[in-house]
Structures are given as structure tokens and as C-alpha cells.
Ligand binder design. Sequence first.
Ligand code: UGA
Length: 447
Amino acid sequence: MNNTITVLGAGYVGLTTAALLAHAGYKVYAIEPNKKRLDVIKTGKSFFFEEGLDPVIKQAIDSGNLIATDSYEESVPHSSIVFSCVGTPDNPDGSSNLTYVFSAAEQAASLMQEGAIYVQKSTVPVRTGERIIELFESLGKHFPYVSNPEFLREGTALYDTLFFDRVVVGGSDKKAVTTILDTYRDLEAARDTIAALADVQSVPRNGKYIATSLNSAELIKVSANAFLALKISFANSIAKLADKVDADVVEVMDAVGADERIGRAFLNAGRGYGGGCFPKDVSGLISSGLENGIDLEVMQAAQALNRSMPGYVVEKLKNNIGELGDKKVAVLGLAFKSGTSDVRKSPGVAIANVLSHAGVQTIAHDPQANEEAKEDLRRDVVLSNNILQAVQGVDAIIIATEWPEFTSLDLIECKKQMKGTVLLDAVNIIEKASAESAGLQYIGVGR
Ligand code: UGA
């Protein structure tokens, strides 16, 4: 076994994994087929915004331990471990599109050295591993195959990977499972140095190393995401009730979440979840269930509730400012959450599009995601690079992402720029009292 690794796909997961392993004593090839992205990585930077990642990439590229390439031939034959981190978009019917997963496996298999381990990090439906092993066998190859699901969050990718709750590796080849768990032990040994370089807080933590069967590992990943999505949809359904009965969902969830058996995390009500993971993983899990004759009704309900949230937010606005057709509204926040420029399935984008579709003159602003949102926004949504400019002359502001810039918004100055007085806080981050003392009418979700 040499210490060379290839990472197929240099997106959020692949690039982070590759850069970190390059600091843990490995020589790592990161394969990125997109030329524009590849050129950025070669300069020692990431092509997306992720706190702390750039210095980690820069030093790894400069040291020669991280090599960015678009060539399987240059990297795969020399590697004892191949991580697959390619994208798994969803099909129109909600199932996972595994085209990249299978083509990456097939290409790599033709070049891998005997005994090299194939590690699946892309989120795939349960039983995909079995199908890839069959593919290898049909090619006359017998590589150890393990599933190593990823649990990092965008925006806190480095922290989550270095100070993990658990590393899960599943497969039938026990030696391969141990080797991959050991790779993470090497990363753990280097983590304080990496954290200092990335300026990420170092916390003493004993994450769990968990070895499982292949199918369990695959199911662990989607179940974890589905459960978190379920918590959010639960909080949002209680928020709808709180709106009717004049209760405050933040107070409710603070107290409900204080029960250690429940926990406060992922009970923040608002405009619903988005991103490249939850929507896709929930629909993927529902599809897996149906394929196996299991109706995951609880997840169907969570999904339907989530899909209703952008419309619910706009309906709340309408109830307060009347017919929307002749109104002007600013949407602050297009990223699917703060700390990232990612706009995939973003509720902020959905809200802006619902407004614009209803004839509202819509101005949108995001501190990081304006550029990325352009493609997904309706053509008549106007993008603004400045908060105060965005809110000029508007009847209402909707806050759709919990960026610190919006939490600490100068409400008095905003009010001066606006025509109307409505502040619809769709992420429940503003204190009602401070909005009201600035002369604004505060509307939250479930408050
Ligand atoms: C999620 C999981 O949290 C990670 O553990 C997992 O590795 C990742 O998916 C993945 O599968 O790759 P991520 O999508 O980056 O991470 O973002 P989260 O922080 O989980 O937020 C997802 C969405 O839920 C965001 O739109 C966020 O605003 C929303 N959310 C989150 C709420 O509406 N309320 C909450 O209380 C928490």
C-alpha cells in the first residue's frame, strides 16, 4: 500500500476531502473535469466560497501533496485508495441520478491497481454499492469496495470534517474498512495543525469510528439527512399552528429542544430547507422506499410541508400588504443558508421567483450568492449588490437567509429607505422589539 489517493470529483465534498488528506501525510490527486474550476484549484483556491478552505488548498498545492488534474490516467493507476465524490443530482421523478457515480466507477476500474480500495463518498441510494461491485465483476475486477458517507455541512466543512461526530465506513472487506478508518485517524492526528492554518476553532472531541455493513452505511447517510429534514418540517408545521394561535415557535422550540432526548438543533422554523442535500436525499429515500415496497409516508409529509413554505411566506406577506401586483419587495438572502454561495434549491430564490411571478417588482440581494443565483432567478428579478440600495422604495423586506449582515441590519436606516414598513423575517433572526422600535411592522414565521 502506498500513500497515494485519488479523489474523483472536486466539488464541496471532494475538494475538502482531498485538501485535508493532503495535510495528513498523503499525496492526493483531485480530479476535476470542469476546466474552469480546475484552473482555479490549480492556483491554490476553491471555486466556491467555504470558510478557511483556501489556505488549506494553497499550502497543499504549493507543497506538491495536492495535485489537481482532469486525468484519470495520471492519477488512478498510482493510487491505493480511490474516493468517489462525484455529484448525484436528482432525476425529475425525485430518484437519484447515478450517471456520474457509475461512469466514474467504470473509468476508475479500468485503471486501478490490484488491491486498491474504492471508497464511495457520494450520497447514493441504499444498494448502489452492490450494483457497483457487480459492475466491477462484469469487468473482471475485484476491488474492495466500501461506503464512507459524508456528514460535513457547507459553510462549516472544515470544522465538521476535522472535529467529526462519527466516521462511518461500511463494507464486507474488513481489511479495507480498517484501512479507510485509519485514514481518518491520520487526519485526526493532523487536525490541530490544519485547524490553525484554516483559522478554525480547535475543540477536543472524541468522534466515533464506526464500522458497519455496506448497506447500513449507505442507509445511515440518507437516514441522518432525512431525520434532520424531518425535524425542520416538524418545526415548520408547529410554526403554522403557532401563527394561528398567537404563540411563538422560537419560544416553543427553545423549550421543546431543551429536552436532551430531543435536542434544539434543526428545530429552527422559517422558509424551509434547501441546498444540494436535504431535498434530494428526502426524495431519494422516498424513491428507495417505493422501489422496495415501503411507503415512507412520514418523509412524504415532511417533503410536502417543506415545498409549501416559500408560498406560505409569500401568503403571509399578502395578508399584511394586500394584493401583490403593484408592490415592490426586497428579498435579502439567496444562498440556501448562510456561510455559502450555494443556491441549489434555495428557498430565497424560490420566494423571489414566486413574488416576481405574482407581478411584484422584486429586488434581491445576497452577500455571496448574487452571481450564482442569476441563472435560477426569473429574468425580471433585479439583483443588487448593496443592502440599502436593495431596500430603496420597497413596500416590504423579506429576509430569507440567516447571514450575520442581516441579523445586524441597520433597521432604522432600512426604514428610512423604504416606502412601506413591513419586515418579513422568514428565518426568525430579528428581535420583534428592535424592528418595532425602528418603526417597522415585524412578521416572523410562527411568531
Ligand atoms: C446537510 C447535513 O447537515 C450534513 O450533515 C450533510 O453532510 C450534508 O447535508 C450532505 O448531505 O452533504 P447542508 O445541506 O450543507 O448539510 O446544510 P444544513 O446546515 O444541514 O442546512 C440545510 C438546510 O436546512 C438549509 O437550507 C438550512 O437553512 C435549513 N435549516 C437548517 C432550517 O431551515 N432550520 C434548521 O433548524 C436548520
